[in-house]
Write a protein that binds this ligand. Structure first.
Ligand code: DX5
Ligand code: ZN
Length: 215
């Protein structure tokens, strides 16, 4: 399995409709929407209004990445807006368990996100609840950062860990994915990759083809 998710954080918001349509036509599989609250990470990006906007622009799956202290507060609205998948950080105050359960109960796919320094074993208690394990390959909070060294070994270790999971869990990677870093992540076991600046900075159709060609 290989899925390319375009992170709209790097899109031109003045021409969002155009950028989304171009990326979709070029062959991205899903759109990744980074919600940041200014607490869990320093930056504020956009809220659930962006999910509403994106739902009006595309029928592709919407993959929401919640970088917020209180993910549970967002779940009902995201379900009502038509998000397919919602990922929650393991590092949130009080832990991600309640939010993951609510995401599933609302009929969406649940993902667990680990920051680069969070031990992989942190995910173990949540494996029965999730369909996706998102490994951050940069520090969360902004786009355009370089892929962290050691990420491929971490993906491979996660793949080994997930071999014993009760059901298939896709490894998603997020941060610093380019045509140069994508092959290593894919070969290590990433089934879903998020890319922001390597999709939206410059000629989008060319960029998407380059990312696909890279694997
Ligand atoms: C970072 C976000 C990423 C970001 C990736 O906190 O979670 O989704 O948009 O951007 P690039 O691909 O530019 O590293
Ligand atoms: Zn993200």
């Amino acid at each position: 399995m290989f899925e390319l998710c375009a992170s709209i954080l790097a899109a031109d918001f003045a021409h969002l409709s155009r950028d989304v349509q171009t990326a979709e036509a070029a062959g991205v599989d899903a759109f990744h929407i980074d919600i940041m609250d200014g607490h869990f990470v320093p930056a504020i990006s956009f809220g659930t209004g962006m999910v509403r906007t994106m739902r009006s622009l595309t029928h592709k799956p919407l993959d929401v990445h919640l970088m917020v202290d209180r993910p549970l507060d967002f779940v009902a609205e995201l379900a009502a807006l038509g998000a397919e998948r919602v990922s929650v950080h393991a590092e949130v105050p009080g832990g991600p368990g309640e939010a993951l359960a609510a995401i599933r109960a609302a009929g969406m796919q649940a993902g667990l996100v680990l920051n680069p320094e969070t031990p992989l074993e942190t995910a173990t208690p949540y494996l029965p609840q999730i369909g996706q394990l998102l490994l951050m390959t940069v520090q969360p909070g902004r786009g355009g950062q370089p892929y962290l060294p050691g990420s491929n070994a971490r993906i491979a270790a996660a793949k080994a860990m997930l071999a014993t999971a009760p059901h298939p869990v896709t490894i998603q990677v997020d941060g610093g994915i380019t045509a140069r870093t994508l092959p290593g992540a894919y070969q290590a076991g990433a089934g879903s990759v998020v890319s922001g600046s390597a999709v939206f900075a410059g000629p989008i159709a060319f960029n998407v083809r380059a990312l696909r060609y890279a694997i």
